[in-house]
Design a protein around this ligand. Sequence first.
Ligand code: PLP
Length: 848
Amino acid sequence: MFYFRTVSVTPPLPERIKRLRELSRNLWFSWHKPAREIFRDINPELWERVGHNPVKLLLQVRQDDLARLAADAEYLRKYDAVMNEFDRYMNGEKWFHRLHYRYNNRVIAYFSAEFGLHESCPIYSGGLGVLAGDHAKSASDLGLPLVGVGLMYRHGYFNQRINRDGWQEALYPDLNFNEMPVSPVVGESGLETTVAVEYPGRTVFARVWEVKVGLTRIFLLDADLPLNLEEDRKITDQLYGGGRENRIAQEILLGVGGVRALNALGIVPSVWHINEGHAAFLTLERFREMVSAGIPASTAREAIRSNTVFTTHTPVPAGHDVFDRHTAEKYLRELCRDTGMNCEAFIKPGWDAQRNEFNMTLLAMRMSGYCNGVSKLHGEVSRHMFHRFYPGVPVEEVPITSVTNGVHAGSWIAEAWKKVLDRHLGPGWNEPAGAAQALSRLEGVPDREIWITHNRLKQNMVLFVREKLQEQMRRHREAPEALGEASNALLPDALTIGFCRRFATYKRATLIFRDPERLASILNDPDRPVQIIFAGKAHPADRAGMELIREILDYSRQEPFRGKVVFLEDYDINVARHLVHGVDLWLNTPIWPMEASGTSGMKAAMNGVLHCSVLDGWWPEAYNGRNGFSIGGPGDMQFKRPEQDREDTRNLYRVLEEQVVPLFYERGDDMPTRWVAMMRESILTAIAHFSTARMVSEYTEQLYIPAIDRGIAFTESGYEAAEQVGRFKQFMQENWHHVRVDRVATNGRWNMEVGDELAVESVVRLGPIAPDKVTVEIAFGSDRGGYLDRLATRPMDLLEPVGEGIYRFAGRLPLDQGTYGYTVRVRPNLKAVDAVFETPLVRWADSF
Ligand SMILES: *Cc1c(COP(=O)(O)O)cnc(C)c1O
């Protein structure tokens, strides 16, 4: 092999339409149909062949086609309209500019191992990536000054092929970055921007690419440079590919290289958002920078915590990266060298002493002042998961909040629906402000229009599926009869269920086959036929996930499921888009409570595709009995496998047989009016509450802005506040063993009346800790036999010292009807931080 560089040469664009190039390199086109149309119109057949990738299209288009269009009045009218809209979008005043203009010049850096933006940029594997992509798009829509940081994978994530035996095969596309909507970042010198990161015994260099997503810029690091050792060029080979060492090597490039790339670009973030633990090394790089500049370690740690946000995305253990001590030290020793610290101390924030391993989630949590899960339920599940790091703290007070995920409405709502909504609701239905009012006008959309719109999309989807199936069969050299069968697969009017997502085992793709006979009788009712479309990739190392695919393939080829159960290859954003637009019902059967959020159901729901799900992830927040279906109720959730499988299957069949099928086939006035009413309610719920417009506005107001403010407060005047907080915490850690609640006295009788007040007095020993450095409070809640539910607190006041380091406190608790439990507790009072348990220190009264 010899080295060569590539250069792409495109036909010159005629002057009149020369901005097509700029447009092709801004993914704004991906959620603006007219923008896609001016590319498609250049050569519709080529547009399909290049997979809707305008950059590739412009590379291959014939000069004649361009010349012809540059003189075509109709085309030019469209072109001008698109460019006008693009300019208006890029320059217009947006939500953030209006409401939060004080922060206009601040930057939020959003680090993620994957970004799912468009099928032309396959650097995502599933929900996490698509969420990051949707976050970036909504940040742009809202005018939020956010930049993304990620990795550019030479072979992306794999393309899925199913072989004749039903096994998944992984094909790694050889991505040609010159043909993708990305550009190398070029510095003032005209040279490409590169960063250098120390690895064991060598330095790795990475080039920086930029993807434009409306106003949002995403920077992607790529280690495939001739400057690097052959093995290092493979660091960014595949998303989630390779072994443990490659994983840590990637994560170092993302975290450490990412911080350095922003430095090189002159971008100084005010907030750092770690989107899932993969990116947590950014905290150690910032730590290294500060400590090697002479800032004390504890000050640096507080400064970093003050403006770092961490979002955890899954309760599934495999989703949390851990490394053994040897691997962690081997790679992080390089980073810690500049700090003069010993390596053990340097890696300590990520060290899980109970399990003897280095944990990326733990690192992220300990270095972030703001942690959140991705649905209310997942917030709760995460507080339980990480409770072990907060001994003595009630589980509901573990400092992990939640911001429920959403999806980018502009990208996921079908054009046909956008037209309906624009027509009946007017503008504003897709904005954080004013959406509620606009959406109330959904009531006025006639049933028939809803039903017809959906059925057009459904016909489209059926054609798309048939096409894909035929392609699969041609490749397998199936007999012509089979091909014929594929061209007629699926009944265009039958109730169609979609089950499409990654084939992780906890998602239980085959749950619906647990009783094949019962399923067969549901699908094969001649008057009320039902069919199911499956799609999804299993991680290539996940044998069990691939087994599930094979099992479904097996069923799909046999009677009585043949033609009624189909599996579509290569689930990606394009396939997802067709299916969430066109099926009738979206099925979701995870093992409760493993689905942290689940976002495909939101995409479906926005298009009037009714969600039918276990009450997991986002669904308990959304389900109201009128906007979709619940598999089992919340009360059914105490089961553990295998009981849970059996219970959920029974409930699944029941909901299909008793609710879904009868409702769908109940035809009054030629259409299922009650079903259509549910569609309307589904669209309303999803757009109002599960869009990334809502999500990003919540991140902004609940996390980013407080983090900007705290970051400023902690670092101004030479890091004074950070230093004080660091000292405070250390002092508390060292002296907390002195703290005791010695005595609790009350005026309490066992029965009191509404309106009475309970007076509580307590003697507290603090040793060398000053009484104003702690909060002493009455903690109370409903007595649920052994623990206090809905715990709340009332502060107590210092009355007087009663000895050396001993103080008397008093407080009052007004009483409402009910049975209460109450006690007294002491915790550090850190005024600079709102979180109650910024440090996991607390002392409760012993029995009194
Ligand atoms: C939305 C989406 C997902 C996430 O689906 P879940 O319901 O969260 O499992 C995965 N892959 C693709 C291609 C998507 O568009």
